[in-house]
Structure formats: structure tokens, C-alpha cells
Design a protein around this ligand. Structure first.
Ligand SMILES: Cc1cc2nc3c(=O)[nH]c(=O)nc-3n(C[C@H](O)[C@H](O)[C@H](O)COP(=O)(O)O)c2cc1C
Length: 266
């Protein structure tokens, strides 16, 4: 399956078949990880693939999602490290989906103190799905509308595809913290600023979440949305570069400016 189709059809898989993934697929995944270009190449990242029976060795708590394998991300905690991991992780998720493998981001694991060389960020569960792997269609997807995520909009056909790609990205507790402004050949990406304690009300989590935890989760989620922009541009054969534009800093009080995608004119 094409990566773009996999991106449109992906959904979180929470039930896995008790079956090992083919050795060839694991090798392909390892090669894909080695060749993947991150969003920020100045941040050291170490990606580890663990079989489920090794989780106990690295984490204090157990995972509520039982999968045969986990991808574990550790990273230097430099500015934008969360966005960088979200970008890398979502590319791996879409790649695995294209190979018929189910995935789910896991934000609840707590690493034991000496588990990893670099600080732990987040994990992804993966394996063969026990049930339907793909989303039927985008009609029933539980997401904000484009109008809700887009602050300013000058749309053409390709811009509509980019906005849809952002809209359907996965996010922690499905918060969809991204906000977008578009202009001719430009798309600016912002993230909601969490408050000290933010009320959350999702299917499996209710209550007040500390801002520092939410900030990391939202960074990863926005990185995933940026990966969707990148994959959408590749599919439509458009060249884009990601850059931080100085005049976009501090434009919106309640939003952090992340970066802009600049679409090259052909
Ligand atoms: C940063 C991040 C953390 C997540 N953590 C969890 C988690 O701990 N457990 C879980 O079941 N799903 C987790 N998810 C998956 C989201 O709940 C899911 O992406 C969202 O509800 C949208 O559903 P979909 O992925 O099926 O489109 C996480 C997603 C992201 C991006």
C-alpha cells in the first residue's frame, strides 16, 4: 500500500494477535529507521525496538495495550524534541501501516530510573491487528473540522489536501492541539499552550493534567501532524521546506508558533 493511502486509513490498534511479526518486516523497519530524515537533525535520538517480554526490564508500570513489540523513543531534551519524535514516530507508524502492521502511540509508560542512556520520550506498540487494521473512511472520524483548526485560510486544492492531512493526524487523548494559518504557498503551524493544570475529558482520561506532561504530549502530536504535511506533499509531488519565520513568534497569545511549511513554486 502507498504511504499516503496508509496515512489516510491508519487508526490506533489496541488489540493485537498473538503472533510474531515476520523477520523481514522487522529488518525493513530497522532500515527505514536508519534512513529516516528527522525534523531536527541537531537533536540526538535513540530508537529501540523491544519485544513485549522485555518491557518489565525498562518500565516501572505495565502497558494497558498488549502488543508483541514496542518502539521506544529516547532523545536529548532540546527545544522541539517532542515535535521531532512525533515526526519520526508518525512516519514509522504510516510505514508499518503500509506493510499491514497495526500500531498505537503509548504515552503512559514510566521508565525505570536507569533504563536508558537518553531521556525517555514515548513508545509505539505494534504487531498484527486482532480485528480490522484500516479505517473504513474519513466520514465518521472523530476530529475537529477544518474550520475549527484553521485560523486564516486561503485555500486551493493542494492546500485542502494539506489541511485534511493535518486534521486526521493522531494526538494524545485526541486533543488535536494544532492550529493552522495558510497563505499562498505557506502554511504556519501553531500548538495550543497548556495551562499549569489543564482539564481533560477524553474516553479514557478525565481530570486535571499538569501542563508539563501535556506540553510534551502536544509536542509529539504536532510532530505527527507535521509528518502528515510532509507525506502529503511527497504524494502530490510538491517540494516543501520547514522553517521558523521570525515574524510569527508571539502572534497569538494562547498559541506557540512551531514552524512554517513553505511550498516551492514549480
Ligand atoms: C502523543 C500521543 C500519545 C498517545 N497515547 C496513547 C495511550 O497512551 N493509549 C492509547 O490507547 N492511545 C494513545 N494515543 C492514541 C490516541 O488516543 C489516538 O491517536 C486518538 O484518539 C485518535 O484516534 P486514531 O489514532 O484511531 O485516529 C496517543 C496518541 C498520541 C499522538
Amino acid at each position: 500500500m502507498e504511504l499516503y493511502d496508509a496515512m489516510l486509513k491508519r487508526k490506533s490498534i489496541r488489540k493485537y494477535a498473538d503472533k510474531r511479526v515476520d523477520k523481514k518486516v522487522l529488518e525493513e523497519l530497522q532500515n527505514y529507521i536508519t534512513e529516516l530524515i528527522p525534523l531536527y537533525d541537531k537533536i540526538s535520538v535513540k530508537t529501540i525496538i523491544l519485544e513485549s517480554n522485555k518491557l518489565d526490564k525498562y518500565f516501572e508500570n505495565s502497558c494497558q495495550i498488549h502488543a508483541p513489540y514496542y518502539i521506544v523513543f529516547t532523545s536529548q531534551e532540546k527545544t522541539w524534541f517532542g515535535e521531532n519524535i512525533g515526526f519520526i514516530g508518525e512516519k514509522l507508524i504510516v510505514f508499518l501501516t503500509s506493510l499491514g502492521i497495526g500500531t498505537c502511540w503509548i504515552g503512559t509508560l514510566k521508565p525505570s530510573k536507569t533504563a536508558f542512556e537518553l531521556p525517555y520520550v514515548i513508545s509505539i506498540a505494534f504487531g498484527y491487528a486482532d480485528g480490522e487494521l484500516y479505517r473504513e473512511g474519513l466520514e465518521q472520524i472523530s476530529r475537529k473540522s477544518i474550520e475549527q483548526i484553521c485560523l486564516k485560510n486561503s485555500r486551493d486544492n493542494f492546500m485542502n489536501e494539506l489541511l485534511q492531512a493535518v486534521r486526521i493526524a493522531p494526538s494524545g487523548i485526541n486533543r488535536q492541539p494544532w492550529r493552522i494559518e495558510t497563505a499562498t504557498d505557506l502554511i504556519h503551524i501553531y500548538c495550543e499552550k497548556p495551562s499549569f493544570l489543564t482539564p481533560v475529558n477524553s474516553d479514557n482520561l478525565k481530570g486535571l493534567m499538569p501542563g508539563v506532561i501535556l506540553k510534551k504530549m502536544q509536542g509529539v502530536s504536532c510532530g505527527a501532524a507535521i509528518a502528515h504535511i510532509d507525506m502529503c506533499a511527497s504524494y502530490f509531488d510538491k517540494e516543501i521546506t520547514f522553517s521558523r519565520l521570525q515574524d510569527k513568534e508571539n502572534v497569538h497569545k494562547k498559541l506557540t508558533y512551531l514552524l512554517s511549511a513553505i511550498i516551492k513554486k514549480k
